[in-house]
Design a protein around this ligand. Structure first.
Ligand SMILES: Cc1cc2nc3c(=O)[nH]c(=O)nc-3n(C[C@H](O)[C@H](O)[C@H](O)COP(=O)(O)O)c2cc1C
Length: 329
């Protein structure tokens, strides 16, 4: 397998970089820091509404925050209006990320029905126009994350990728599903491979969709020659996946799966990061959606789950996490 050094302009990402996929309400700074410790090579913020950003919406502004440790990091924006997208990109640039990413892939109704996210897969001319304007209005590299096309009859990612490259994007991440598929079916990497192996493409192409195991990542890299692999759901409750893939790529062997005590330790770090960034109250509430993912494999987790989902006192949560750690000894 060929491993070449991957760069987005002058941002060096190493050989076959692993990328944490942006995930709203999951990949906040507290989780990104956990993944960074596990060897991830490139991070993105959760997507940020261009309209929210230019109107100073608190939720949008907060999503701009990241720490120096997270570099290289891209701020991802979404929207459907040229002026708002340009202004949002300029605003996001003030937070000094390493790059700006445009989301042309979100299929969720409240986004796509307005023509933002994957909604723009229905109007490629406008997608190219907005992307071009954003590229021209900032000095940072601009990347795009998108899907294979609108639906089964319109899988035009090869053409889309060429056109976006032509207006100056510096890398593209492709989720191997159409807008119509939402998250159904299996991700199809064959078209991602076609984009990568298109002679006209010069920018890095990152493949995304359904990677949950090291050997699957290896297979996709081997088969389709993508420049990097982006992982979303496979990292939720399992940030070790990045370490495992790196180890497998380097040695051809599987890294031992994390023990329960290790899971407790990382979950605790995740909570601590979150407390530092968002304060105790919010952190205790937000970490709840991660508990089941961290501990799903424990046979007796059900008995702890209800308590974890209701406790509000940090000391009690800490004690319960210790109890969980000791429960399988
Ligand atoms: C809960 C959730 C939130 C997501 N939020 C975003 C987002 O903010 N921006 C984005 O580009 N994609 C978002 N996605 C899509 C993922 O980045 C990724 O493309 C998709 O999950 C497929 O990759 P996977 O199979 O590795 O999860 C989200 C996905 C999930 C499950």
């Amino acid at each position: 397998m060929v491993f070449i050094l991957v760069k987005i302009e002058n941002i060096c990402l190493g050989k076959c970089p692993l990328i944490l996929a942006p995930m709203e309400d999951i990949t906040d700074s507290s989780f990104r820091l956990i993944c960074k410790d596990m060897g991830v090579d490139l991070l993105f913020t959760e997507f940020i509404s261009s309209e929210g950003l230019i109107r100073d919406a608190v939720k949008s502004k907060r999503k701009l925050d990241f720490s120096e440790k997270e570099r290289p990091i891209g701020i991802q924006i979404f929207g459907h209006d040229i002026d708002s997208m340009k202004l949002a990109a300029i605003t996001a640039t003030q937070s000094k990320p390493d790059l700006i990413d445009i989301n042309w892939g979100c299929p969720v109704r409240k986004v796509a029905s307005k023509g933002a996210g994957a909604g723009m897969l229905k109007d490629i001319n406008k997608m190219v126009k907005i992307t071009s304007e954003v590229v021209q209005s900032i000095d940072l590299p601009v990347t795009v994350k998108t899907r294979l096309g609108w639906d089964e009859n319109n899988k035009n990612i090869v053409e889309i990728a060429e056109r976006l490259q032509d207006v100056g994007i510096k890398a593209i991440s492709i989720h191997g599903r159409t807008k119509s598929q939402m998250y159904r079916g299996e991700a199809d990497w064959t078209l991602i491979g076609k984009v990568k192996n298109n002679q006209r493409m010069k920018i890095p192409v990152f493949g995304n969709g359904d990677i949950t195991e090291p050997q699957h990542a290896f297979e996709m890299k081997n088969k389709y020659n993508v420049d990097g692999i982006m992982i979303g759901r496979g990292s939720i409750g399992n940030p070790w996946i990045f370490k495992e893939i790196k180890h497998y790529f380097e040695t051809g062997r599987f890294l031992a799966k994390p023990e329960l005590l290790e899971k407790v330790k990382v979950c605790r770090n995740h909570l601590e990061n979150s407390i530092e960034i968002k304060g105790e109250r919010t952190a205790i509430f937000e970490i709840r959606k991660h508990y089941s993912s961290y501990f799903r494999a424990i046979p007796n987790f059900k008995q702890f789950r209800i308590k974890l989902m209701t406790l509000t006192d940090l000391e009690e949560i800490e004690n319960l996490l210790t109890e969980i750690g000791n429960s399988c000894r």
